[in-house]
Design a binder for this molecule. Structure first.
Ligand SMILES: [Cu+2]
Length: 158
């Protein structure tokens, strides 16, 4: 291959790899709210709740708020925070909709903010994927597909 061809070939490979990794957990609505690193984990057979995680990046020029989360997999989905209370980790629903500052990001990670899926309709199985709709005040509805990591995982699956 010529030098130029080699370069083009490498660029094409990178483009394909980039698409396959980002396409999994990235969604966009009017290029304003970007969702990255969305994932959840497998649940034991009888579990009725599960946490989900993601990064919300507000690419718009105004603050935005996550007003609703919908999915076929659970009855209700809330945003929860986790705080230490006398040495005990407690989680609770946010009092107000989660705000994502203009040009900023909010991370939902294990041990901190998370999406709480309650009333699971079926157990979550490792290797499957689930779909959620995030509804923002400004960016509108953003569809998110998240992979399911193994039971007890603390990081998204690769
Ligand atoms: Cu929770």
């Amino acid at each position: 291959m010529t030098r130029m061809r080699k370069f083009l070939f490498a660029a094409a490979v990178l483009a394909v790899v980039g698409m396959s990794t980002s396409g999994a957990s990235v969604a966009k609505a009017a290029d304003r709210m970007v969702v990255e690193r969305a994932w959840t984990r497998a649940t034991p057979p009888s579990a009725k709740t599960a946490s989900a995680y993601l990064v919300l990046r507000n690419a718009g020029s105004s603050d935005d708020r996550l007003v609703r989360i919908e999915s076929q997999v659970a009855e209700t989905i809330e945003v929860h925070s986790m705080t230490m209370d006398g040495g005990i980790m407690r989680m609770r629903r946010l009092d107000a909709p989660l705000t994502i500052p203009a040009g900023g990001e909010v991370r939902l990670d294990p041990g901190g903010l998370h999406l709480m899926m309650m009333g699971l309709k079926t157990p979550l199985r490792e290797g499957d994927r689930i779909k959620l709709d995030l509804v923002f005040e400004r960016a509108g509805r953003v569809a998110v597909e998240m992979p399911i990591a193994r039971l007890g995982a603390t990081e998204p699956p690769r």
